[in-house]
Design a protein around this ligand. Structure first.
Ligand SMILES: Nc1ncnc2c1ncn2[C@@H]1O[C@H](COP(=O)(O)OP(=O)(O)O)[C@@H](O)[C@H]1O
Ligand SMILES: [Mg+2]
Length: 273
């Protein structure tokens, strides 16, 4: 059984017409189906506006689709009891692109990482500190960092803190929505390596949403391509994307090549593995 089964998801946003009437529905996702198995990273690629973040929100239970189902651990996410939903929220975590707005600047790192723990697990203050210190060390920071505030960290370090918060409850699936996209190249590479290590150590599954083919290629086992709300390609083996003739895939491949003047062979993408 798959950990996550996205079944025929369709979603349209209502747009108010002239003088407030009539409402026009703008289709954003059309009949999207995919699965994610345990311990697998599915890279979801597509250009800006393709509907990637909207699909991420639907999977996280934040945006009810007009049609279709999200089956998470065998249960319908939009049709479950309150207690099952609380458990599903625990097993489904997210790391967004903007590491700064994802944290409250007035909270210490201890409070930020402690928040999800407080919601689900009761511990003595000293045990809680110990767990938070361990989480910080897991993401390459120091236990002493828990006393600091977000403005004392770089973007890359803050993203490590967001990752520590996301793994605090030992989730099954993490949705990573452009989580490395606003970081510089060196920091991106480091955070991708960290995500890869955590995936292996804890058997985590990821939905890695990105417009960046190189990043997706590095981290993912399988790749899906979304274009204007439709899933146009699904590669069970990520290597298959390199030879796909699909025009959307071709333009993604071209954008990688355009970023690397002087190195114009498609096979260079493989150097990131
Ligand atoms: N809350 C919303 N209301 C209306 N339209 C939206 C909303 N959120 C996203 N959209 C539209 O849905 C489309 C897909 O957006 P999004 O999922 O953010 O794409 P991506 O993450 O691939 O860039 C875009 O055309 C966007 O303008
Ligand atoms: Mg997006």
């Amino acid at each position: 059984m798959s950990l996550l089964h996205v079944k025929e998801i369709t979603l349209a946003y209502g747009k108010t017409g002239l003088f407030g009437l009539p409402r026009r529905l703008i289709p954003v996702l059309s009949n999207v189906s995919l699965t994610i198995d345990e311990g697998v990273c599915l890279g979801l690629l597509g250009s800006s506006g393709a509907g990637k973040s909207t699909l991420g929100k639907v999977i996280l239970g934040l945006e009810k689709p007009s049609h279709g189902q999200i089956i998470f651990q065998g249960q319908d996410l939009y049709n479950m009891s309150a207690s099952d939903r609380k458990q599903a929220r625990r097993d489904l975590q997210v790391v967004f692109q903007d590491c700064y707005s994802s944290v409250n600047p007035r909270m210490t790192i201890e409070q930020i990482i402690g928040e999800p723990l407080d919601n689900y697990e009761i511990r003595s203050p000293s045990k809680q500190k110990h767990v938070i210190g361990e989480l910080l060390e897991m993401v390459g920071l120091k236990a002493e960092d828990m006393a600091k505030y977000p403005n004392q960290f770089s973007g890359g370090q803050l993203q490590r803190i967001n990752i520590a918060r996301a793994i605090a409850l030992k989730p099954k699936l993490i949705v990573l929505d452009e989580s490395v996209s606003s970081l510089d190249m060196v920091t991106q590479t480091q955070i991708l390596a960290l995500l890869n290590d955590l995936k292996r150590s804890f058997g985590l599954s990821y939905l890695f949403i990105t417009h960046n083919l190189e990043a997706a290629y590095f981290l993912s086992d399988r790749l899906a391509v979304l274009d204007r709300g439709e899933l146009v390609e699904m590669f069970e083996e990520k290597e298959q994307i390199l030879t796909s003739p699909h025009p959307t895939v071709q333009s993604l491949l071209q954008s990688v090549l355009a970023d690397h003047p002087g190195n114009r062979k498609v096979r260079n993408v493989q150097q990131f593995t």
